[in-house]
Design a protein around this ligand. Structure first.
Ligand SMILES: [Zn+2]
Length: 244
């Protein structure tokens, strides 16, 4: 009896060992063949919630952000060069003021808004959030994120009826203003994809965050038409948290 059971048991153990070994080999093959993770494939960077001083924020703008914008000025992508040139012109002629925020403003990286007191328009970068990204992201991905953010805000200033027709000065109802804002956002995201994100993707798709890559793919699916109701709806339901 025992002679019959023992070999059977041994056989079971061997089989278990075989399964275990096969599993180890299988996992090893999976790991070896796994695609190398690029920094841009990290879903998102968590908040650090740090607070910085005015001096720190100004230094960050001067030493980190503006040099990236200026370096892209020399970039070979003509559509980006034109946008940055126009932004510089607006700053020189005092149509806009570039500033930096010391605290978090939601998850947004930058915002453009009129300041009624001096009749100026402010383009403000969010220093703490940008610092989070800079500390956790591949340098090329970060540089492109700053470029996309800056160009997006500049495109608002140059093309969004809220600024070009000074709709913010008109006393429109909240509903009407919201509709203008949504259509403006759909338009500016469309232009950002056409003029900035698609050319950068064509250059090196690994240096663009998944959020922007996905938006570009969806925009393409909707015929690269910012007036397409499906695109407007997508913008409405997927408002970017990082850019305004
Ligand atoms: Zn926007």
């Amino acid at each position: 009896m025992s002679k019959q059971i023992w070999p059977k048991k041994r056989k079971n153990i061997n089989f278990s060992l075989f399964v275990l070994l096969a599993l180890v080999v299988f996992v090893f093959i999976l790991l070896v063949n796994a695609p190398k993770k690029n920094a841009s494939q990290i879903p998102d960077i968590p908040f650090t919630h740090k607070t910085i001083t005015n001096n720190e924020a100004s230094r960050f703008l001067e030493k980190q952000i503006l040099p990236i914008i200026k370096s892209d000025y020399n970039n070979q992508i003509p559509s980006i060069k034109i946008i940055i040139q126009q932004l510089e012109k607006m700053e020189k002629t005092k149509k806009i003021e570039i500033g930096i925020a010391t605290t978090y403003r939601g998850d947004s990286l930058a915002a453009t808004y009129p300041v009624p007191i001096n009749n100026m328009i402010w383009l403000t970068f969010s220093a703490p959030r940008l610092m989070d990204y800079q500390n956790n992201m591949d340098k090329r991905v970060f540089n492109n994120l700053v470029t996309i953010t800056t160009c997006h805000e500049a495109l608002h200033l140059m093309n969004d009826p809220i600024f070009t027709q000074k709709l913010y000065k008109k006393h429109l109802s909240v509903e009407k203003m919201d509709q203008y804002r949504l259509n403006g956002e759909a338009m500016i995201w469309g232009l950002t994809i056409e003029k900035v994100i698609n050319p950068l993707l064509a250059k090196n798709k690994l240096t663009i965050r998944p959020q922007e890559t996905e938006a570009a793919q969806i925009y393409g699916r909707f015929g690269n038409d910012y007036k397409n109701p499906d695109w407007v709806n997508w913008i409405k339901n997927n408002r970017f948290q990082t850019n305004e």
